[in-house]
Design a protein around this ligand. Sequence first.
Ligand SMILES: [Zn+2]
Length: 1014
Amino acid sequence: MNVNQSVPPVPSFGQPQPVYPGYHQSSYGGQSGSTAPTIPYGAYNGPVPGYQQTPPQGMSRAPPSSGAPPASTAQAPCGQAAYGQFGQGDVQNGPSSTVQMQRLPGSQPFGSPLAPVGNQPAVLQPYGPPPTSAQVTAQLSGMQISGAVAPAPPSSGLGYGPPTSLASASGSFPNSGLYGSYPQGQAPPLSQAQGHPGIQTPQRSAPSQASGFTPPASGGPRLPSMTGPLLPGQSFGGPSVSQPNHVSSPPPQALPPGTQMTGPLGPLPPMHSPQQPGYQPQQNGSFGPARGPQPNYGSPYPAAPTFGSQSGPQPLPPKRLDPDAIPSPASPYVVDHGESGPLRCNRCKAYMCPFMQFIEGGRRFQCCFCSCINDVPPQYFQHLDHTGKRVDAYDRPELSLGSYEFLATVDYCKNNKFPSPPAFIFMIDVSYNAIRTGLVRLLCEELKSLLDFLPREGGAEESAIRVGFVTYNKVLHFYNVKSSLAQPQMMVVSDVADMFVPLLDGFLVNVNESRAVITSLLDQIPEMFADTRETETVFVPVIQAGMEALKAAECAGKLFLFHTSLPIAEAPGKLKNRDDRKLINTDKEKTLFQPQTGAYQTLAKECVAQGCCVDLFLFPNQYVDVATLSVVPQLTGGSVYKYACFQVENDQERFLSDLRRDVQKVVGFDAVMRVRTSTGIRAVDFFGAFYMSNTTDVELAGLDGDKTVTVEFKHDDRLNEESGALLQCALLYTSCAGQRRLRIHNLALNCCTQLADLYRNCETDTLINYMAKFAYRGVLNSPVKAVRDTLITQCAQILACYRKNCASPSSAGQLILPECMKLLPVYLNCVLKSDVLQPGAEITTDDRAYVRQLVTSMDVAETNVFFYPRLLPLTKSPIESTTEPPAVRASEERLSNGDMYLLENGLNLFLWVGASVQQGVVQSLFSVSSFSQITSGLSVLPVLDNPLSKKVRGLIDSLRAQRSRYMKLIVVKQEDKLEMLFKHFLVEDKSLSGGASYVDFLCHMHKEIRQLLS
Ligand SMILES: [Zn+2]
């Protein structure tokens, strides 16, 4: 590929943009469809004959008999201990807070894990070696891979096709989160009218108030302790590169004749190492090798008067800092340009950044994105040094750092008014199921202490966030918790068809001021509804009510919805059970992923306009239509959590962990993101949890560090090796303290003219992240099989292009893969056989919709471990070793029956125990004398005072701390019925649902490539 192809230049600044012109969505487009898949679904008629492998050994075992999930044993006490671990997040939206949230930068872990092949010529790389996701995506999406290739050839044969309808594990599994089966026949009581004495239904004009609560004894709130920051890498105690079986011999299975693996190819072990060597992104906006060890930067950037707006104590300003030595800060420096606001290019509206070129003695600057010459305002003028650089460049973050924030002026605010602090509204389902499972009591008890940990900024003593409370079943109950009241007051709204908020004053309150009333309310909610017989719920009116309340209070905020059932009560957004497994593998399968009615999208659009983010906690006992219920969270930048068959004794630890993290994490609201680029490339597609009403502005009612937005870039004009390509991402948002800010990220990428250089610098993990999101969006509109075929074709074209243009001539029988893409086939196969694209019999429709929604917001590290789980042997490494054991390949043949293994994928966590594990080990870990006495399905390991027990429990804690959601442990015994569930995650093996083994898939991929080349 030659990127300097002669294409007529197209100015990239064709759309001068006003200053975020308000929030009026003209037309609702949704994200799907606007920039639809450009690659037609090729025809791949199925697999190739002759490669049929014998099934892995495990398959020959008898399927598990059905049985009830084992009761888990005693839960570890929840509460204080768990608070400490919620310190990790990707992005912190405010300035330094009490808990430093840090996680490894997304692009960092994947920096050239595999050394370039030695005999390839070195390349000039003006911007430093490691490409980023953006670069890879840009290059790959832009290059003419398919130019040399005919449309996907038909082939035939083996089994990547439709899943076989093997009736697999029919037993019910313990609720691991994803795979909860539903008990039948929980005969709900007859629905009856609520009968709370003293509660009246208010009329719209004059809501009456009813009280009748006894003042509670206010329990002293627990005081969980916050732990210090989790430093990058701290939780990943393992070796810097854990590459199990890095150079592996060819697989033991017979390869088809003529297939050769070159070098260390062969089915390669995936790597999970967030700490692979590579260059660190530097804060000066470019990339390059880090200069030695990073100093300890406890102190902020020198507090120059121009940007000294950070709160909190400012240590004595040091001398100028070497920007290359500044670690990527979790909290960027905030720049305040006063009333004039951020300095921008007049034409393309890009923000001042280190790449802007000052000229004419500093009186003007040339925009690095659109080349427009702009005047420097007098107050911003500064002289240039002999190199043409402003002499104050290293005093100003916006001239020397890659990421920083601007304080926004009132021009950047809705209705030209500075925002009010945001609010959190807790909306609790109090129908029969929620009461019966103990959910309501657990939640109310937890909220009493959790409200002390609302996110706050800087050194603020208390959070600026106000709170409100609503309970509901098929009517809504609002609560007045004004601090002057002796007791809370309830107002019922039963007119759910035309929702309104019956009270304004006293609904959203400061926690500290209203503590006594709030505690009283939370004490009484479980009692008030203890005898409810109401089983029906509404859903849309609940979100509507929360959104209207925020609108009335003129603020942004977040709704925390705790919901149990399909909303079948008569109301807007009423749903019916439309689950139908017979649709799987038909052209109508896509309907299972589409929302049932348009009411949810309409509501989501209104929520986005108000800056109302929705986090949904689901506790279903049966089908609840996650595909429809998750529409609003998805489009408002919210999260969905799902706890199938919730039981307090089994699931409280997981739920409370997730809830605590979710409530405490730093959030931003009412955000708009715009990506600008230099001439030659442009952002063409976006993936994530957000809403788009046009093709350029990503609107997020809320966002936090657990959400990732993947941007696809296309290069459609001449790129220059000298100047490279520049990207600027600007995010306008309201902080959790109510401050309007702009967060700016700048990125400079190098460009190459040689295809070989491109293949030498791509990131497979990033490609997989993109391809998975692309495919998961595709299932909304296309048959799942067509989506799978497209993925295979894309992958084959990428690899065939390499073979054709970069590899040295060799026998066609050799499978030659680029060094950086050795793992592309194994990972792609994992995506192809994932629950969304090839569901097994035990996967419910809700599970698929749930996973689909989760993957949409995952970062590269998360998709990596989600699609290829980590399998860690426990007794191989020395007992005193404190590092994580190196992972082994996720295949049954890697399991030794004399060992134990932990398997995790970010959502699930298993401890597999081999049947021949030594008795001493069993005793040390489970406190029972033999393998047969270990309780299958156990979810908590006994706390024993011996090295092995401490080590394994410590490792489990460490794995959980690395993930944004709590992973519940499931102990699986070899040959036990639960083993089927475990084997689902051994992704290199053939799966029960028809997914190919890695070896089979590699052979198939080889055949596809050969056909493309012939
Ligand atoms: Zn410009």
